[in-house]
Design a protein around this ligand. Structure first.
Ligand code: ADP
Ligand code: GLC
Length: 491
């Protein structure tokens, strides 16, 4: 039976992306629409979205609509786009007062209001369109108030009577905390008692926590992360509310969009390859090394890194571990990333210290990201924590052996290579120390030196299948189970 699914997210690729959240929402929407469900997505019309690149139509019923959020007054209109590569409708919320900013996310004082507006508008659009969603699927802190809003502000409306909510946690490190002085922005009226009272008394409101408290089901993006976030080490203060959800907190590993990430068809590559044509990968390595000014002979191992430069990603380990490895082994390194300034500076310094051995490209580039995936021998992800991680799964398909810390989705998608059996797809390390990363890199370089192991590990990785055809069915099963449940209490 086709389901009606309202999808609300702050990023959907390729329309608006800062990281993996966008890849996942974009691919999941395409999968669900392709599987015949009536899925409709809501996204802010950020100024970075190029409307000329997507066919859009104005929605008459949603033109110049007033929106009240406590003391704030806005007017918005909605244009309907089709998600590129799919016919799935994406409703873009045109409200320049909130979304015409330099970037998707800001540190402006009204940041929480920008995403409360997204959440409210999605629900008001359902009402104005007379469309009753069986599933309301929200993502991360930005839209985490949706489950509480359907129970309170919209609890009177029979349209939402069949609606069951799902919150997906892509990263509990970002919680959308704002001052309790702004409580009126939530417009909860008599439902205010449902807010976390201890937090309110302490002077703040935690958006993500309310999603965890009130969604019918909470999912996260790997089974290991689902276990980890129940502990103080990974729960970022939310471990208690997460543990309290018991079986209603489940981990579903992300999928990969192989239309975008496959060396057989990659639109950014001048030549394509598969496990039977690995010489092409070698050619691409030579081309990328020349382009980045790296001294990289055919037996030099090229290690790639593509990442947001944030503490989560273990950038400090890389910065500490690389000098020894670059100075002692035949290895070169291509790093693409942007983010926190101290990391950018430290990587810039490494680039200057090892001019022919390390190339740091500061910035964001889809094209270079694809090239690094294809041309590298190793892909390094020493994350402190990693809810899922996508690049290690992309790497496997590109025959680029992942060297990863054993945490979250990295632990669930990369199997330790066992030289005695020839099984496994990558190299894993556990202690969060530069020494552990150095020795993992050393182990990977030793494997590279033995072609019988190397060919095996590369081929093992290339045959892995993390497609959405598999992972998407897990969401559909969950939605179907939820749609049969009686409603939770409405306030
Ligand atoms: P996260 O969402 O935590 O950043 P993921 O591994 O889930 O981590 O997804 C990251 C996505 O963002 C991947 O598609 C990756 O290629 C992309 N990405 C990250 N940094 C850059 C960059 N500087 N340039 C291009 N793509 C990037
Ligand atoms: C987050 C996580 C990352 C995950 C992505 C998509 O940004 O940091 O691990 O892959 O969301 O779910």
């Amino acid at each position: 039976m086709p389901l009606t699914i309202c999808f609300v997210a702050s990023e959907i690729a390729p329309l608006a992306k800062t990281g993996g959240l966008a890849d996942v929402t974009g691919a999941l929407i395409r999968y669900l629409h392709g599987a015949g469900h009536d899925i409709r997505a809501f996204l802010p019309l950020y100024s970075s979205i190029d409307l000329d690149s997507v066919a859009t139509t104005a929605v008459d019923a949603l033109h110049d609509v007033p929106l009240e959020l406590g003391p704030h007054r806005y007017r918005y209109s909605v244009v309907e786009a089709r998600l590129p590569g799919s016919q799935a409708p994406v409703y873009l919320i045109d409200c320049p007062a909130l979304y015409a900013r330099g970037r998707l996310y800001t540190a402006d004082p009204d940041e929480h209001v920008r995403f409360l507006a997204l959440t409210r508008v999605a629900l008001e659009c359902c009402q104005r369109l007379g469309w009753s969603p069986q599933i309301l699927h929200c993502h991360d802190w930005h839209t985490a108030f949706a489950p509480l809003f359907v129970r309170t502000i919209y609890g009177w409306d029979r349209l939402f009577q069949p609606t069951r909510s799902v919150l997906t946690l892509h990263n509990v490190g970002y919680q959308g905390v704002f001052s309790a002085a702004a409580v009126d922005d939530l417009q909860l009226g008599g439902g205010r008692y449902l807010l976390h009272q201890d937090d309110l008394r302490a002077g703040f409101i935690n958006s993500l926590k309310h999603g965890i408290l009130y969604a019918d089901v909470v999912t996260t993006v790997s089974p290991t992360y689902a276990r980890e976030i129940r502990t103080p080490e990974y729960g970022m203060g939310l471990e208690q509310v997460l543990r309290a959800r018991g079986d209603s907190l489940v981990g579903i590993l992300n999928g990969v969009d192989y239309d975008e990430w496959d060396p057989r068809v990659d639109r950014y590559l001048p030549q394509h390859y598969d496990a039977g044509r690995l010489a092409v990968k070698g050619d691409l390595k030579g081309q990328l090394a020349a382009r980045l000014g790296l001294a990289c002979g055919p037996r030099t191992v090229l290690a790639g890194v593509v990442t947001r430069l944030a503490a989560q990603k273990g950038v400090d380990l890389l910065i500490d571990a690389l000098p020894t490895v670059l100075g002692s082994r035949d290895v070169a390194c291509a790093v693409l990333g942007s983010g926190e300034e101290p990391y950018e500076r430290a990587l810039g310094a490494l680039d200057r210290a090892f001019p022919q051995r390390l190339a740091f490209h500061r910035g964001y580039s889809e094209e270079l990201a694809h090239w690094i995936e294809a041309a590298s021998d190793l892909f390094v992800m020493p994350s402190r924590y990693e809810p899922c991680g996508l690049n290690q799964m992309y790497s496997l398909r590109y025959g680029t052996v992942p060297v990863v810390r054993e945490t979250g989705g990295l632990a669930d998608s990369v199997q330790r290579y066992d030289p005695s059996s020839g099984a496994g797809t990558g190299v894993l390390f556990k202690p969060y120390t530069p020494e552990a990363l150095q020795s993992a890199l050393g182990a990977a370089l030793d494997l590279y030196a033995d072609p019988s192991h190397w060919t095996r590990i590369v081929r093992n990785g290339m045959t892995q299948d993390f497609s959405w055809m598999r992972q998407g069915t897990r969401y559909v099963e969950l939605y179907e189970r939820l749609a049969r449940l009686p409603p939770a209490g409405r306030a």
